[in-house]
Design a protein around this ligand. Structure first.
Ligand code: EPU
Length: 425
């Protein structure tokens, strides 16, 4: 295990580039299993979740080649063979669940295990399994999960939860299903849209992309092609807090204006003033932040919701940002019951945070955080704590750095380029 040593309170200045979206790259790489022709993917993030996914795919016969210093990936799935998936590798990350849909469509069966990933609470998979059953699959579960589904048939599905990976799995499973599949209560996050757009580009027939009702006409085969993975709006959202918490001006290059409205609106509740220069997002050097009062006597709040609501994957970072703003605000995590549990580490840094219940904390600011011994308990908590440490007086040690490597490409170099004093031990 490695740790980051961070000397905080250094001004950060300059431009930062955004990686490809992890949660788009994972399903899109899995979706290549549906085609027997060569597929080239560009803007693939160099992160450890992708490395593990490719190890599983290679064990099934995928031929994978990296180009352009690793950001372009060519995948040839013309010689796959059916195999039970490796338990240890599947258990390393949540994204491994995304192999279920395409392998079921391809082989008519799959034997796998419960996925791993960030410990954010229970993270059930019932929605995935109910969806597969609707297409005609039969499921048996013990220590393993076995799904039998030769000759899947299009169906009417009203998802129990607007699950991101659940939606992605049922999309991939139904691409070849005979007839029409209609999915109500679909997730519509930018990464779900990117998967649909990619699949359509190689011959799938998915309508309603970006809405919560998708319609999929089964096709008999998919083609080869080339696709550029969308940039990561969660990374952009996180880097706004980085600029806010540290002195200096940060310019986030090519920052997806079409996906940032809600995220920037929530930052404006903390008094953060950002501006656009074309597609570049500028987080100026602002000395003071004041929480805006809601109309009437309502409590100020920022809450996570499924898209187009505020993404849960940025909420922990928002909690850190709120410590810097003058006033009191409720942070409400509506999806995962353990996502906010890292808040006690911020208290050790001097933050005034009170947990009301597992889903809600109240933050009172402003405080100047002080360095501390920290632990990246999950990927996004890790990034939130890294931002806190970069803003804090003194030195912090952030252990479990591998958790951050799961989702953020080359993070220490990108931060050093802005002037951060950070090293890895
Ligand atoms: N849910 C159920 N039953 C299910 C599935 C989900 O009740 O069968 C509930 C969950 O408990 C949660 C809500 O539905 O309250 C949403 O969970 P979802 O299924 O959408 O989460 P996921 O698909 O497992 C993906 C991302 C997460 C991200 C969530 C929410 C990937 C690989 N992971 O997880 O990303 O937090 O959607 O947007 O796409 C991360 O990148 O750090 C990360 C955790």
């Amino acid at each position: 295990m490695s740790k980051f040593i961070i000397e905080g309170a250094k001004p950060l200045n300059g431009e930062i580039n955004i990686s490809g979206n992890k949660n788009a790259a994972l399903p899109i790489i899995c979706a290549t299993l549906l085609s027997e022709e060569k597929i080239t993917l560009k803007n693939v993030p160099k992160i450890s979740d992708i490395t593990v996914l490719l190890r599983i795919m290679k064990s099934l016969g995928s031929k994978v080649r990296y180009e352009d210093k690793g950001s372009t990936l060519t995948i040839d799935n013309s010689a796959l063979s059916y195999k039970t998936l490796d338990k240890d590798l599947v258990g390393k990350f949540r994204g491994s669940i995304l192999l279920m849909g395409p392998l079921l469509a391809k082989f008519g069966k799959i034997q796998t295990w419960m996925p791993g990933g960030c410990k954010l609470g229970q993270r059930p998979i019932d929605t995935h399994l109910l969806n597969f059953q609707k297409l005609g699959a039969v499921i048996e579960m013990d220590e393993w999960i076995e799904i039998d589904g030769a000759n899947l048939k299009g169906s009417f599905i009203w998802q129990d939860e607007a699950s991101v990976t659940g939606t992605e799995n049922i999309i991939m499973a139904s691409v070849f299903a005979k007839g029409t599949t209609t999915i109500y209560n679909s997730a519509s996050e930018p990464h779900v849209q990117d998967l649909c757009n990619f699949l359509n580009s190689i011959g799938a027939k998915i309508a309603g992309v970006g809405s919560n009702k998708l319609t999929i006409e089964g096709v008999s085969k998919l083609n080869g092609g080339e696709w550029t993975i969308i940039k990561d709006h969660m990374e952009i959202g996180g880097f706004v807090a980085l600029g806010m918490m540290t002195e200096g001006e940060i310019i986030i290059k090519d920052a997806l204006p079409e996906h940032m409205y809600k995220i920037l609106f929530e930052y404006s509740k903390l008094g953060v003033k950002t501006k656009w220069n074309g597609n570049d997002l500028i987080v100026p050097d602002q000395k003071n932040y004041k929480i805006k009062n809601m109309i009437g006597d309502q409590m100020n709040k920022i809450e996570s919701l499924i898209w187009p609501g505020f993404p849960t994957d940025i909420l922990q970072i928002m909690l850190v940002a709120a410590t810097r703003a003058d006033g009191e605000i409720l942070i409400h995590e509506k999806l995962f019951e353990e996502r906010l549990f890292f808040y006690d580490q911020l208290r050790r840094m001097g933050a005034k945070v009170i947990m009301c219940d597992p889903h809600r904390v109240v933050v009172t600011g402003p405080v100047k955080l002080k360095g501390s011994k920290l632990n990246a308990t999950d990927l996004r908590a890790g990034m939130a704590l890294m931002i806190a440490a970069l803003s804090a007086r003194g030195v912090s040690e952030l252990s479990n750095a591998e958790e951050i490597d799961r989702g953020y490409e080359n993070i220490e170099q990108r931060l050093k380029n802005l002037g951060a004093v950070i090293s890895r031990e």
